[in-house]
Design a protein around this ligand. Sequence first.
Ligand code: DX5
Ligand code: ZN
Length: 218
Amino acid sequence: MPQPAIHPSILNADQAHLAAELERVRTADGLHVDIMDNHFVPNQFGGPSLVQAVLAHTSLPVDAHLMVTDADRWAPAYAEAGCAIVTSHLEATAAPFRLARQLRRLGAGVGFALRPATPLTAVEPLLTEIDLLLLMTVEPGFGGQSFLDPMLDKIAAARRLVGERGQELRIQIDGGVTEQTIVRAAEAGADVFVAGSAVYRADDAVAAIATLRERAAV
Ligand code: DX5
Ligand code: ZN
């Protein structure tokens, strides 16, 4: 398994001081930018212009997590904006094979995300087409929620599936990641960890990232 990667979510950052907030997490492995349309989830955040603003102030790779209805229509703009990976919810994508190939042509890596109650089997036919599988460990929409323990079995099943196929695919989890929950999620097989409040609510974000990375090295 590759080295664990920590991706702070800027949803939890002070939006009025974005450049300084990006500086605080400079030692992370990537940045996670949540996009919400007030339809797929009951909250609104972000857009391609936010991604452009973030990219102007960081050299970290950006992964966009699109919590939007009709991802087929909206996702390509995030590849064009310069995201390293564009992750769409499978529940909100009508033609995932077409979208995956379109994103790749635009030069972006491809991710698909599953809500907690969506079974892993839904994404199985797509595994050869993608770079990242995002398993939500909270109901998407808000930061600061508690990790859903029943997701540990799903993470383990995803790791088995990917291992059997000998794939490079990264398994990302998002929601409720703390110094405690990250250990169990890493043991189950996740290797990319989105951390919102665990990083941005810490006094020392660099130290919080280092601790999370250490705890995830299982
Ligand atoms: C929630 C978002 C997450 C959120 C995580 O729907 O997708 O990326 O920022 O926040 P924490 O780490 O606080 O659960
Ligand atoms: Zn997210």
